[in-house]
Design a binder for this molecule. Structure first.
Ligand SMILES: [Zn+2]
Length: 484
């Protein structure tokens, strides 16, 4: 069975078929952070969701190009520079570094490309020029360049495809900024913002005078530059559907005349302790706030991944304690499987290495578990059902371990299956305690002995390590040290 995803564009669950005629390559763009502050847990829900999509596509064998932009020029950034009396680079650099650290803490695979808006000003200008040449964009008397929704619709294009709203009503009530007075229509949005004194040194030259790009055009320019005028997947939080994504479609299709994105995926909102996050309610958490409370990135990732991406999710501290308990159940089971399935010096197990993960040999994976896991995720990434399968398997495995009815080969095969599932889930193993140099040197000596097929020596080193309080876990990525 193939992967099915809910496409906001069609408002239906559709079979996922990449644009690549060979059906192999997938281009995926996720709107990244605006680096003016630390990302909060609601933002992280979206980024972890994007990570899940990317990991699952790779699990399915697709060759994914994952792009996430960094918005490093924007009103809030300019305000931040003024308030902190720093430069654009200093100000955004700090929050970008924090974002990347957080991304790592949540074990999100780093996107293949992370373009900065300020590095693509010439592409942005070229795109605006195209829209002006096609008569869809115009420069207002006071300097800014706007996208004309009326002209766009005049070309036979539809505005309002993600929300299917009457476009005349879409922007009613939206605040009209001081620099937007000369728009032809209220609905028009800025592609190029003319320089104002508050912008200070944040401006670039353009055919329309000094200024800076609007936020929406940045994503159109960077996504099409990296992935082509038409690509497969565009992700973001549901708050970005309108106007951001709607405007991205209009700008991109208005300029290229081609369909922009085949599948639009939107992650639902996150509540914290049952309420919309707000600083005044005390339920506003950045990832750092939660780490400071003693929770780990792994626990936070797990909790964010327990609910279906289209469901509003209530994130609670109690939920994080539950995540800790759930992970402990998985870890305990995996620990026992490792004890049974990993190479040991015991005579009864000495002949087992044929099915040991990481030994480079073929193993028999519990196909049933993997196929159920795949069926669940193929169904519009039904992660709750996938976890359901994982925990059923944990229960079953614990029963068999308790009854001593699991063979070494079965344990090793189960670990292989787990590693495959974990390539999607990304919860991995608990953070390894830092090993002293002497222990690391012993591990390296053991590896060398194994490579030389001197298993007697490698076993002796394992025993020595055990005596010093360290266990070795052999994983497909190589051996890991674990404090006993
Ligand atoms: Zn975007």
């Amino acid at each position: 069975m193939g992967l099915k995803l809910f496409n906001t564009l069609s408002r239906s669950v559709q079979e996922f078929t990449p644009l690549d005629p060979a059906g192999k390559k997938v281009g995926m763009y996720c709107c990244g952070p605006t680096v003016y502050d630390f990302a909060h847990i609601g933002n992280w829900r979206t980024f972890v969701f994007a990570d899940l999509v990317r990991r699952y596509l790779e699990f399915k064998g697709y060759a994914v190009t994952h792009v996430m932009n960094i918005t490093d020029v924007e009103d809030k950034i300019i305000k931040g520079i003024r308030e902190t009396k720093t430069t654009l680079r200093e100000f955004t650099g700090k929050y970008e570094a924090a974002f990347l650290e957080d991304l790592k803490a949540l074990n999100c695979v780093r996107p293949h490309q992370m373009p900065h808006a300020t590095e693509y000003i010439s592409e942005i200008i070229a795109l605006i020029k195209k829209l002006v040449a096609r008569g869809i964009a115009y420069q207002a008397a006071d300097g800014p360049v706007y996208f004309s929704i009326e002209k766009y619709r005049g070309c036979g294009c539809t505005y309002g495809r993600l929300l299917q709203l009457n476009f005349d009503e879409l922007r009613v009530g939206e605040r009209v900024a001081a620099d937007e007075y000369d728009k032809e229509a209220l609905a028009d949005f800025a592609l190029w913002k003319a320089r104002v004194p508050e912008d200070d040194e944040v401006f670039w030259p353009s055919p329309w005078g000094e200024g800076r790009p609007g936020w929406h055009i940045e994503c159109s320019a960077m996504s099409m530059k990296m992935l082509g005028e038409s690509f497969d997947l565009h992700l973001g939080g549901e708050d970005l559907k309108f106007p951001h994504h709607e405007d991205e479609i209009a700008q991109s299709e208005g300029a290229s005349g081609k369909p922009f994105v085949k599948y639009w995926l939107h992650g639902a909102f996150l509540l914290v302790e049952g309420k919309k996050m707000s600083k005044s309610l005390g339920n506003f958490f950045t990832l750092r706030d939660l780490l400071a409370k003693g929770f780990t990135g792994r626990e936070i990732r797990y909790l964010l991944l327990t609910a279906h991406y289209r469901e509003t999710f209530n994130f609670t501290l109690e939920g994080l304690h539950g995540a800790r308990a759930a992970l402990a159940r998985i870890d305990e089971c995996l620990g026992k499987l490792h004890e049974l399935g990993a190479p040991t010096s015991g005579p009864a197990r000495a002949n087992a290495p044929a099915t040991i993960p990481g030994a480079g040999s073929e193993t028999v994976a519990p196909n049933d578990l993997l196929s159920k896991f795949t069926v669940a995720l193929d169904d519009d990434l039904n992660i709750s059902a996938a976890w359901g399968e994982v925990f059923k398997w944990v229960t079953e495995t614990n029963k068999r371990l308790a009854a001593d009815s699991l063979s070494v080969g079965e344990a090793a095969a189960a670990l292989v299956a787990w590693d495959k599932m974990d390539s999607v889930l990304g919860i991995g193993a608990p953070a390894a305690a830092e090993a002293p140099a002497e222990i690391v040197a012993l591990l390296e000596a053991r590896q060398a002995a194994r490579q030389a097929r001197d298993f007697k020596k490698s076993d002796a080193i394992r025993i020595e390590l055990k005596a010093k309080g360290w266990a070795i876990e052999d994983t497909p990525k190589g051996p890991k040290l674990k404090k006993i």
